[in-house]
Structure formats: structure tokens, C-alpha cells
Design a protein around this ligand. Structure first.
Ligand code: PMP
Length: 464
């Protein structure tokens, strides 16, 4: 090792210790740093790579918490932000307007899912992260009924195994025990309908039959609480944080029909699955469904800046028009519609056109299918499932769907470390490993990902 190499390693160590001195990291038991969990100081990103301060390169197979679409430091988005920063970096959006906010709203409304015979989504409300976007949608649905004097409509229906963020309102409609349990006393009551997750289909049941059965459960809840529910919130097609559990598009169709029949708003949370992630620009399109409220974030800015957009129908918007300020929608984040974030989102949307991203994703997704197929034969792989650019491996003790690993084995953590040592960022959800790479991932990188995943699974499950 040369003096130069030693200096680089010292630099990484230096940042590690400075970090642990002052930072509190998200979703982390800080006690596990640095011995159980390595802390990786990153210096820069290049396409699908993250480059550490020690010079090591890591393939970002989880798109930095599912935000990145076209690679790190994508120059077109970076330049759009820089240009905007030299013009207007921020302005209060109450009483003021600016071109990036208007243009982005116009573009989002033009590409939003549509359903024949249904008036299209008509207005955009901005927030500054996914959870805040969910809060906006929940409050809008609730407040709309209040404004009509329908005070009994105060309940939300959500799905078992769903996730919508971790602020108190968003957490109230989430069902992931790890995030929810300890805060349960603080949360608003929600009604949880069965998940349409086809991984838990009954023996012999197809994904569509499983979706129908879950829809029957939803019907029961909506009928039992008729007149008390303001909205149903769900993640179309994939329950991402719930372990990349996927369901048949038929479910959303049924959910739409039930909402229509009972005057309940349908909130589609496409924060993780929007912007081409599952094959279509929006996952709702696969069901031919247009929601009443559509929540977008994460990939909206290509993974550059926090921003959320909530798209609403004209009917919802009109329900707030009145002489009273209290009947106006009351939600005001300081950075609502931040010009830099809007500029990043506009640049992101123009890349979809310029690079024919959906066609490229189709090719990448089928290569992912091909490369994942042999891994399905590994002894502990119980399921390999895919929706476009999301592909997940369910690991179990017996390699079947009945015998999960003893959680104390921490298979997911073992896999995380094994992959990281090999230069790939896989961040399992429990014992579910998944690929959710930036769309720019190339064939060599996919091959590396597949080989590493194989070695990772073998190493992580060797203890079982
Ligand atoms: N909804 C879904 C479906 C998500 O996956 C997430 C983030 N994982 C959120 C909401 C919350 O977004 P944020 O982390 O930006 O608050």
C-alpha cells in the first residue's frame, strides 16, 4: 500500500469518526455503528455508481432509497438546477408564482393517468417530501367532506402491509409494525383492509383470484362503514416498504369501483412506483384507473431534490372555494413548490422524452428477468417476483413460503454486509432482497449485480 493509499483510507476513517460524533442517521440503531453496520462515507456519484472517500465504488442497486432515476450527478438535471439557482432559488408560493412551478404542474397534469369517462386530474398542490405529500392528500380528502357538512366522513381505509411515510398522519395509514408499533398511541385510527399481495395467495389461487379475494375484504369494510369513510389510500401494484410485495392490477380496478359506489376518494400513493418504475409511467395505468388524488415524490426530481406533488380532481379543488379562509385548504410548508426542485423535476420529465426511457426500461427489465431466473434455484429463495424495474427475492429458511428465517439470524443484515463488501448496495427489507436500480444501469453492471446477489444469498444464508 502506498502512502497515497494510506492517506485515502485515513480520510475515510476521519469522516467516519467526524460523522459519528455529530450525526444521527435515519432508520438506524446507532449503537450498531460502526461495528455491526459499516458506515460508508461517499464522496461522489457517477451514473449508477457511488464512490466512497476511500476510492471504493458501490453499485447503487436501490437507487438511493428509490429516488434516483437516471444516475447520480446526471448532468442535464444538475445543470437545470444550477441555472435555476442563479435566477430564483426560492419564493413564497402563497400569493406568488414562478414559471417552474406552473410549467411542472402543467406537465404533470398532462401525463397523469386518465380513465375514459372520468374528468382528468386538474390541480397540483406541492409539498416537500413523500410523507408530507401523503399528509396533504389525507387532509384534503377529510377537509373536502367537512366543507360539505359531512362530518361523519372522517375515517381512512388503508391496506394491510402498506406504507405511506413516517409523519404521524402518514404512519396512521401505514401497517409496517417496525415503524408503527412504538408510535401507535399517537396515531389516528384507520381501517385496514386485507392486502392483495399475491405472495400470500392461497394454494392454487392465481394472482387475480387473490386480488378478487382481497377486494371482497375491502368491500366488506367499506360497506360496514358506509358514510364514515373519506378515502382509501393504497400503493398501486407494489407495496414497496412492505417487502416489494406485488399484486394483480385487477385489485386497483376493484378498489376504484368500490370507491365510486360509496362516494369514497381514492388516493394512489405512487411515491415509490411512479415515473416508470413498474413498466408504465404510472402504475395506476396498468389497471386503467385514475385516482382522485395522486401522490408523487422520490423520482419526481430524478433523485436530486426533495419535492412532492399531489394531483387532485377539479371536484376536490372546487370543494374548497368559499368566502371563508377556514374552508380553504390549510397546509403551508415553507418550501412549497421550491423553484430548484421544480426545475429538477422539469429536467427529469424532459429526459423521459429525450431518451425514450420507458422503452429502455422494458429492455432492462427483461434482462433483469433473465439474470434473476437462475437465482430462483438457490435453496433459500422462495420467490422471485418482478414489476418492471423492481425485482425481489424472498429468502426463507426452507426455500418455501411457509418457513421464514428466525429473525434473530438477521439474514437481511448479513446480506447487506455481504453485498457491500462486494461493492454493491443491496438494502434488504427484512429477508427480502431486491433490485431497484437507476434506469441507466448497463449490462455489465446488471451482470455484476446478478453475480453479487448470488454470492450474497449464498453467504448470508450459510448460517441457517
Ligand atoms: N409512500 C411510499 C409508497 C413510500 O415508499 C415512501 C418512502 N419510502 C413514502 C410514502 C414517504 O416518502 P418520504 O420518505 O419522502 O417521506
Amino acid at each position: 500500500m502506498s502512502i497515497h493509499d494510506t492517506a485515502i483510507l485515513d480520510d475515510a476513517g476521519h469522516w467516519r469518526s467526524r460523522d459519528l460524533h455529530v450525526l444521527w442517521h435515519p432508520c438506524t440503531q446507532m449503537r450498531e455503528h460502526p461495528d455491526v453496520l459499516p458506515l460508508v462515507p461517499i464522496e461522489r456519484g457517477e451514473g449508477a455508481w457511488l464512490v466512497g472517500r476511500d476510492g471504493r465504488r458501490y453499485l447503487d442497486a436501490v437507487s438511493s432509497w428509490w429516488t434516483n432515476l437516471f444516475g447520480h450527478a446526471e448532468p442535464r438535471i444538475a445543470q437545470a438546477i444550477a441555472k435555476q439557482a442563479l435566477t430564483l432559488e426560492q419564493v413564497i408560493l402563497a400569493g406568488f408564482s414562478h414559471a417552474p412551478a406552473v410549467e411542472l404542474a402543467e406537465k404533470l397534469l398532462a401525463i397523469a393517468p386518465r380513465e375514459p369517462g372520468r374528468a382528468s386530474l386538474a390541480k397540483v398542490f406541492y409539498a416537500d417530501n413523500g410523507s408530507a405529500g401523503v399528509e396533504v392528500a389525507l387532509k384534503m380528502a377529510f377537509h373536502w367532506f367537512r366543507n360539505r357538512g359531512e362530518d361523519k366522513r372522517s375515517k381512512f381505509v388503508a391496506l394491510a402491509n402498506g406504507y405511506h411515510g413516517e409523519t404521524i398522519g402518514a404512519l396512521s395509514v401505514g401497517d409496517i409494525p417496525l415503524y408503527r408499533r412504538v408510535y401507535a398511541p399517537l396515531l389516528a385510527e384507520a381501517l385496514f383492509a386485507p392486502s392483495p399481495d399475491s405472495y400470500v395467495a392461497e394454494p392454487g389461487e392465481t394472482a387475480a383470484e387473490c386480488a378478487e379475494r382481497a377486494a371482497d375484504g375491502l368491500r366488506e369494510i367499506i360497506e360496514r362503514h358506509a358514510g364514515e369513510i373519506c378515502a382509501l389510500i393504497l400503493e398501486p401494484r407494489v407495496q414497496c416498504a412492505g417487502g416489494m410485495r406485488m399484486h394483480d392490477p385487477l385489485y386497483l380496478r376493484r378498489a376504484r369501483e368500490l370507491c365510486d359506489a360509496h362516494g369514497v376518494f381514492l388516493i394512489a400513493d405512487e411515491i415509490a412506483v411512479g415515473f416508470g418504475r413498474t413498466g408504465t409511467l404510472f402504475a395506476s395505468e396498468q389497471s386503467g384507473v385514475q385516482p382522485d388524488l395522486l401522490c408523487l415524490s422520490k423520482g419526481l426530481t430524478g433523485g436530486f431534490l426533495p419535492l412532492a406533488a399531489v394531483l387532485a380532481t377539479q371536484t376536490i379543488y372546487d370543494g374548497f372555494l368559499d368566502d371563508s379562509r377556514e374552508r380553504a385548504f390549510l397546509h403551508s410548508h415553507s418550501y412549497t413548490g421550491n423553484p430548484l426542485a421544480c426545475a429538477a423535476a422539469l429536467a427529469t420529465l424532459s429526459i423521459f422524452d429525450a431518451d425514450d426511457v420507458l422503452a429502455r426500461n422494458r429492455a432492462t427489465a427483461s434482462r433483469m428477468t433473465e439474470l434473476a431466473a437462475p437465482l430462483a434455484e438457490l435453496p433459500h429463495v422462495a420467490d422471485v417476483r418482478q414489476a418492471g424495474m423492481i425485482l425481489a427475492f424472498e429468502l426463507t429458511q426452507g426455500g418455501d413460503k411457509r418457513t421464514p428465517f428466525d429473525p434473530s439470524l438477521r439474514i437481511g443484515l448479513r446480506a447487506y454486509r455481504a453485498a457491500l463488501e462486494r461493492g454493491v448496495v443491496l438494502r434488504p427489507l427484512g429477508d427480502t432482497l431486491y433490485w431497484m436500480p437507476p434506469y441507466c444501469i448497463d449490462d455489465d453492471q446488471l451482470l455484476l449485480l446478478a453475480h453479487t446477489t448470488r454470492d450474497t444469498i449464498i453467504e448470508a444464508t450459510a448460517c441457517a
